[in-house]
Design a protein around this ligand. Structure first.
Ligand code: SF4
Ligand SMILES: [Zn+2]
Length: 321
């Protein structure tokens, strides 16, 4: 009954969303088109912060090609970077049927797109899946490592793979000449603000050698997730934007960050007064990679943030809370 209602309400031939923005291409800002395609959803579907489960729908190969074509209508000749997200893994044939994948790759190559970015879990990275993408166009494979700590990834995020699985997948990509983007998560649940910050910095340093670019994701409270249940009970606060600045300042680039939902209760936030300015600085940094402007940002809430970190450490030590 519920499924039938979902199928009636969703237009499987339209993408979830599509937008234009700027991205880095060979170290310079370039016009990009980002589309989120509606697939059956992530096969793993267990991560504690991920609300993509609600976005799945029974989209077949033809639907996905139609969604892609629909999204392309927002493109223009200036677009050189295309990012295709599926709220799961582009390389999982159960999500993105091989016929749709190949058709999409062929179309992008014909359009002369200079860089494609797709997301995938490491288990779908094989010499064959990587080769098929790279024979069509330069591709960046984004993998959600989240943290370099197996303990946190396994028990707190429930990601279901080890650092070694990630490392092996990146080797397959690099051996064939592809690029790797690695997502790191700032502030998984159960970590104090200070520990989350240190974990992200440590993770960035350890993942650095395996990734061409790092992407810092600031934990949002998404619907129907473990994180949302904890947040509603007052057991989770999204990261402070000050913490994000600290991470971006502390690790060698390239590292990008899009502070999605910044300044909202469910998104990363400071005091409400300085959120816009800090979020804007983070967005600018993603293109410039210059940390200098960060040093001139300040607000009264910065000392509150520092005190909170100290208080948490005094109360709980550097461990989980
Ligand atoms: S975070 Fe990624 S791997 Fe985890 S459930 Fe969501 S889409 Fe799947
Ligand atoms: Zn403030």
């Amino acid at each position: 009954m519920a499924k039938a209602r979902v199928e009636r309400e969703l237009d499987l031939r339209k993408p979830v969303t599509v937008w234009r923005s700027q991205d880095l291409l060979d170290g310079r800002p370039a016009e990009s088109l980002t589309m989120i395609l509606r697939t059956v959803g992530c096969r793993w579907n267990r991560c504690t912060m991920c609300g993509f489960a609600g976005e799945g729908a029974p989209a077949g190969a033809e639907d996905l090609i139609a969604q892609f074509e629909n999204a392309l209508e927002r493109s223009s000749p200036e677009v050189t970077v295309v990012k295709i997200y599926t709220s799961g893994s582009f390389l999982d044939p159960a999500e993105m049927p091989v016929s749709a994948r190949d058709e999409i790759l062929k179309r992008l190559a014909a359009l002369g797109i200079k860089k494609l970015v797709i997301e995938t879990r490491p288990e779908y990275v094989t010499p064959e899946t990587i080769e098929i993408c790279l024979t069509h166009l330069p591709t960046e494979f984004a993998i959600g490592l989240e943290t370099a700590s197996d303990l946190i990834r396994e028990n707190v995020i429930r990601k279901g793979f080890l650092f070694q699985d990630f490392a092996s997948a990146t080797e397959v990509v690099h051996r064939q000449g592809g690029r790797v983007k690695t997502y790191l998560l700032l502030k998984p649940p159960l970590l104090s603000e200070g520990l989350a910050m240190r974990d992200a910095i440590d993770s960035a340093r350890r993942a650095r050698g395996f990734a061409d670019v790092l992407s810092l994701n600031l934990c949002n409270v998404q619907r129907n997730t473990v994180v949302e249940r904890m947040w509603k009970r007052g057991e989770f606060r999204p990261p402070w934007l000050w913490s994000a600045l600290e991470v971006l300042k502390s690790v060698p680039g390239p590292i990008v960050c899009d502070p999605v939902g910044a300044g909202t209760r469910r998104g990363p936030h400071n005091c409400g007064q300085c959120d816009d300015a800090v979020a804007e600085a983070i967005r600018t940094h993603a293109l410039s990679q210059d940390v200098e402007p960060f040093h001139s940002l300040d607000c009264e809430c910065r000392s509150t943030w520092r005190d909170l970190i100290e208080l948490e450490e005094d109360a709980f030590g550097a461990a989980f809370i």
